[in-house]
Design a protein around this ligand. Structure first.
Ligand SMILES: NC(=O)c1ccc[n+]([C@@H]2O[C@H](COP(=O)([O-])OP(=O)(O)OC[C@H]3O[C@@H](n4cnc5c(N)ncnc54)[C@H](O)[C@@H]3O)[C@@H](O)[C@H]2O)c1
Length: 370
């Protein structure tokens, strides 16, 4: 008798929705539609017709569109990507979690610390997964930098400088509008610089921020045409509770190729991560790709500079990796891949930079009990 072949049970698909169907939602959707275990169940956008057009672009003509996120949430997706502009991340993420839905929220977490606290409290109260979309975390060389810094090879790290920045790289659209973006280059690419430095050295509590921010290029028609109501350059000195100091710089536009390399100074060795492509107008920001890496140390009394070989230059799809990490956590009931418990510090620094640059003095950072 032939043994009856039993088909292996097909795992149920993860039901996913997209909130905010603008630019970056396309990258989320591209990743989702390529995954076998995902079913897109809806999309929403406050702009009438925008979610419909977006879903149709992906051939999802039968998938419903909404202008009201609650109607999407009523379909009980397992997870949603929150791809709205920065000032509405907290509103959408909190509402989704309160409706029982896991959330992959685009970076930055929010604009203000207060908004991030609302998100963190909602996560704690609902137990849903909340992960923030920093895809450079999945880059092989970024992981290597973190591994070196965390290995202890540098000794005690007492100073970090995040460099980079764009020479001419002011984006348009909602990025330059304060009501929608909240902040400019600080939120757009600054949050990456902070994450890449602090994820490497280990997130810890910031206590003071002294910052400067300007809009001299965005407001100058020679360099940008249109309404510009955010920052295009920012720098700050951030002190942490254990004595670590972070020297942060970021720019969308300046008369310079780079604001410097990224440096980790330790008691036993130092690590330099060169700006990736400072000769390119958009290329110098530490927003995912990294340049050459050098380790500075003493060997038998000699001062040595060692070039650390980079991992394969083959481009991995870091964006797909961040979406997959979210889905795996949803499917397996796992931990948030990039949790608020880390990113709340990133957001507290951004909030401190906004307050300090407006007040033109150092400010304290106080993170409320979550
Ligand atoms: N990870 C990355 O590489 C990357 C790249 C670009 C942008 N981003 C981030 O993605 C977010 C969106 O950027 P974008 O370029 O797609 O902006 P966008 O303006 O093109 O799209 C945002 C969309 O959200 C919609 N929206 C706003 N509030 C809403 C609400 N309450 N409910 C439903 N829809 C709402 C808007 O109508 C718009 O269509 C930003 O936070 C940005 O920082 C991330």
């Amino acid at each position: 008798m032939p043994i009856e072949e039993k088909a292996a049970p097909k795992p149920a698909k993860l039901r996913v929705g997209i909130v905010g169907t603008g630019g970056i939602a396309h990258a989320h959707m591209k990743a989702y539609v390529e995954m076998d275990d995902v079913e897109i169940i809806g999309g929403s956008d406050i702009v009438p017709g925008k979610a419909r057009k977006f879903l149709d672009e992906f051939g999802l003509t039968d998938v419903p569109d909404f202008e009201d996120n609650d109607k999407l949430f009523a379909l009980k997706p397992d997870g949603v990507s929150v791809c709205t502009y920065n000032t509405t991340h907290h509103v959408c993420a909190v509402a989704a979690m309160e409706a029982g839905i896991h959330v992959l929220c685009e970076k930055p977490m929010s604009v203000t610390l207060d908004q991030a606290v609302q998100m963190a409290r909602a996560q704690k109260a609902t137990g849903k997964i909340l992960t923030i979309g920093f895809q450079p975390r999945y880059d092989a060389n970024m992981r290597m930098v973190k591994e070196i810094v965390r290995s202890g090879a540098l000794g005690k790290v007492y100073y970090v400088q995040t460099g980079g920045g764009r020479r001419r790289g002011i984006p348009g659209g909602t990025f330059v509008n304060k009501e929608q973006a909240g902040v400019g280059c600080l939120a757009d690419i600054g949050c990456y610089g902070l994450d890449m430095a602090l994820n490497s050295v280990g997130y810890r509590k910031p206590v003071t921020v002294s910052a400067y921010a300007s809009d001299l290029f965005g407001k100058n028609p020679k360099y940008f045409q249109g309404d510009f109501t955010v920052d295009d350059f920012t720098c700050a000195l951030i002190r942490f509770d254990d004595g670590l100091v972070l020297d942060f710089r970021m720019s969308w536009a300046m008369h310079m190729d780079t604001m410097g390399d990224t440096l980790f100074l330790g008691t036993d060795a130092g690590l330099k991560v060169k700006s990736p492509n400072p000769h390119l107008n958009w290329g110098g920001a530490w927003d995912g790709s990294i340049g050459d890496v050098y380790l500075y140390s003493d060997v038998c009394g000699n001062q040595v500079e060692t070039r650390v070989p980079l991992k394969s230059s083959e481009k991995r799809d870091n964006f797909a990796a961040k979406v997959r990490a979210f889905l795996d956590a949803v499917r397996d009931g796992g931990e948030s891949p990039i949790p608020w418990q880390e990113i709340i510090y990133n957001q507290a620094i951004i909030d401190g930079i906004i307050r300090s640059s407006e007040a033109r003095r150092e400010v304290e950072v106080v993170i409320p009990e979550i």
